[in-house]
Ligand binder design. Structure first.
Ligand SMILES: C[S@@+](CC[C@H](N)C(=O)[O-])C[C@H]1O[C@@H](n2cnc3c(N)ncnc32)[C@H](O)[C@@H]1O
Length: 215
């Protein structure tokens, strides 16, 4: 689907070039650590096969690759050449790692082959049909028993949230993020056919790792 004017997840230009530095500044140095924690909390282990949607500069990828080791496999897909280049540099040239220029919501060439599907800070910026298309792609790519995990904003009442969070979600983030925060992610997972939905909260409950299993 074409990119949405209500979204800011298609990172370009200056933001793409200095993505890691900007995220470090915005989160006062917390971003990389949070992503790494969320990766560990997916339950990934040595030998696992992992696919990541919107892998960006490879922050999660470098943690996944460390954990899965040489017998695992990691595939990162993204649409930004700048972000993909940075990810390749960060992770290095390994035979069991691939970074591919593909749209996460379009049909992908992966079927029943991954243990973990993961995405961080991408899902909130998709229009609803694209969110469901991404979940469908994750479902298709996972083997039976595999797990889809989304690390992103949690569900909370924006009006009652911390004033800085409220300002960030309503004025800095895209309009889709505010919609996402008020939507039912568990229902989306269930509608896509996932079971055993679980959530783990981070950052005072404003972020969450949501996971579901492919039966
Ligand atoms: C906000 S960044 C998050 C990057 C990384 N996951 C992280 O947490 O640091 C969003 C990423 O999603 C990628 N992206 C946006 N739309 C996409 C799409 N339709 N398919 C694949 N990647 C996409 C962007 O290029 C960018 O790298």
């Amino acid at each position: 689907m074409a990119s949405s004017e209500r979204s800011k997840v298609e990172v370009k230009g200056f933001e793409a070039k200095y993505y890691d530095e900007l995220m470090w500044l915005i989160t006062l140095g917390q971003y990389h650590g949070l992503i790494r924690r969320s990766v560990r909390d997916t339950g990934v282990s040595a030998g696992h096969h992992v696919i990541e949607f919107g892998c960006g500069t490879g922050i999660a990828a470098s943690e996944f690759v460390k954990i899965i080791g040489p017998n695992g496999r990691y595939v990162g897909v993204d649409i930004s050449p700048i972000m993909l280049e940075k990810a390749k540099k960060k992770v290095g040239d390994l035979p069991n790692v691939a970074f591919l220029s593909l749209r996460a919501e379009e049909e992908l060439p992966f079927h029943d082959e991954f243990d973990i599907a993961y995405t961080s800070f991408v899902f909130h910026g998709f229009e609803q049909p694209d969110r469901m298309a991404l979940l469908k792609n994750a479902w298709e790519a996972l083997r039976s028993g595999g797990k889809m995990c989304i690390f992103d904003y949690a569900s909370f009442d924006i009006e009652k949230s911390n004033p800085i969070v409220k300002y960030f979600i309503t004025k800095v983030e895209c309009p889709l993020a505010a919609e996402f925060v008020m939507s039912d992610l568990g229902e989306m997972f269930r509608d896509a056919g996932f079971t055993n939905y679980s959530e783990k909260l981070y950052a005072h409950g404003y972020l969450r790792l949501a996971c579901g299993e492919k039966p």
